[in-house]
Design a protein around this ligand. Sequence first.
Ligand SMILES: *[C@@H]1O[C@H](CO)[C@@H](O)[C@H](O)[C@H]1NC(C)=O
Length: 444
Amino acid sequence: MAAEFKKAFISVPKRSQLLRCSSKRIIILTALSLSLFSFFTFPRWLQLSQLLSYRQLSFLDNPAQSAPLPPLKFKRDGTFQLSIFSDLHFGENAWESWGPRQDVESIRVINTVLDTEPATDLVVLNGDLITGENVFRHNGSEYVDVIAQALSARGVTWGSAYGNHDSDRNLSPTEMFEREKGYRGSRTGRMVSGEEGEVGVTNYYLPVWSWDGKRVEMVLWFFDSRGGFRFQEEVGRENWVHPKVVGWFRETNERLKREYGGRRVPGLGFVHIPTTAFLEVQEEAGVGGRKRPGINADVPVSRQGGGWCDDGTDGEGCEYGGQDRDFMEAVMETEGLVGLFVGHDHGDTWCSDYAKKERKVFLCFGQHTGYGGYGNWIRGSRQVGVSVEGLDLGEMDTWVRLENGKVVGKVRLNPTYGGDEYENVEDEKTHLPVDGESADTVEE
Ligand SMILES: *[C@@H]1O[C@H](CO)[C@@H](O)[C@H](O)[C@H]1NC(C)=O
């Protein structure tokens, strides 16, 4: 009975049928393995599989295992968000307890900001990562690892623009760069060749692609405004963007325009030391009020070319040598550049509009992020939220996420900015907590 049942319902194939069947099977198996093969080798899928494992620190941490980072992309909804960490100033007075304690607080600020801004697509380290004059020759650049590990642990990627404190007798910015490049999450580049004492290090751009990877929708420009002192020398470094870098910026911008089919691709710029344009708007535009909210406690703005003579000597008695004019002209002539973001002045946190000959650019300070460096203004991070559509209209959103989790100075940088009114930003202060105390905001 059982045998008959089998015969009736399970037909035993003839030899010829068997052959046909197995050749079909071979075709199917081949197709399957081919598609599996291409799944793992086709670059886009490869990127996807990287992204999936990206959250794992071990994967990020081991440069030996790492493939290049996938390109930056807008989210599917057409937005992109940046968290700017300015003036972290790691590495102060390692021989005293307050120095290392400051660094612990700075890491806390980084974590709070990234906890409360989970949409962050890129972190920008906008200069003075380390306080160069306070570190030892034998391990000064290792504070880069402290920062890189904190960011890698969060699975974020970053790009740096070094500041004046990132170069000193005991600290080489080239060495910092090399350490940074040991981490897969670092997108920091060095596209202009030359000595660190001459052109600086962090001069580069990063394209940001549409979510589908079809075209570049934004270019992020990073400039090294140098300053501080030359590594292993008691010689001051010029504190402006080197003319060679300005030339590279102009040329590259033209080349990219040609490459992108004559399209003017919107851009954002990052540089540590403000240009004279920041001083001009501080003197004339009325910054820090309801129209251009933010703290305005560092007056006057400390600018590029400040303290230098116009003959290029680091002279006594010279207030300003005018060396940043060329850079600022290039910024204003570069159609498409929407905003310039700086740090350096810890007590200035506003954004202003800046117009010249029909061209308008937004100039923004960050928020002092680190517990190192001068001043006790409340720590935080400038956030920039852009969208493909908004950039097309020359608009973007920005706000400051504070270390206490609150948001202040939320504005829309658009054609009416400077006329619209926003909530005022309080001049809040925080202090380094003593033994077991929490880092609450305190009154001045
Ligand atoms: C560098 O060395 C000093 C002592 O020589 C130490 O106190 C400090 O923690 C070290 N810094 C780093 C980043 O390892």
